[in-house]
Design a protein around this ligand. Structure first.
Ligand code: SF4
Length: 123
């Protein structure tokens, strides 16, 4: 029979809780990512523009406009801004239903639901 001291028991409990938390968090992220890819498959051979790309960051770009930093871009809270997404931007060329090319962020594809501060409405 294995006998743990109170200190050993606490250490093992904390380690187990941390491991379970990481596993759970990872599976939620993977589930969200998988759902997103299933809904809008990437065009073959393409990868999404990284939100951590320096140009993307400078323009406040997010693949989902709902993730915009509303403190930096308060105008994004307006009702009309809801329709200002990559799909309706003059810089956007669609590749499929969910993704397209942006003339400004060229290191991959952008989601039709994306937005950045260089948005200009298609005429
Ligand atoms: S310029 Fe237009 S298409 Fe390109 S990321 Fe910004 S909003 Fe999207």
């Amino acid at each position: 029979m294995i006998v743990y001291s109170r200190k050993q028991f606490l250490k093992k409990s904390i380690l187990l809780a941390s491991t379970l938390s990481l596993l759970r968090g990872g599976s939620e992220i993977n589930a969200k990512d998988a759902k997103s890819k299933k809904e809008n498959p990437l065009p073959e051979g393409e990868s999404p523009v990284s939100e951590s790309d320096p140009t993307a960051q400078a323009l406040g770009f997010h693949q989902d406009a709902k993730d915009t930093d509303f403190n930096l871009y308060p105008d994004r809270k307006s009702a009309q801004a809801k329709h200002h997404v990559c799909l309706s931007c003059a810089q956007f060329t669609p590749l499929n239903e969910g993704w397209g090319k942006c003339n400004i962020l060229t290191a991959g594809v952008v989601s039709t639901k994306g937005w950045c501060s260089a948005f200009s409405k298609k005429s």
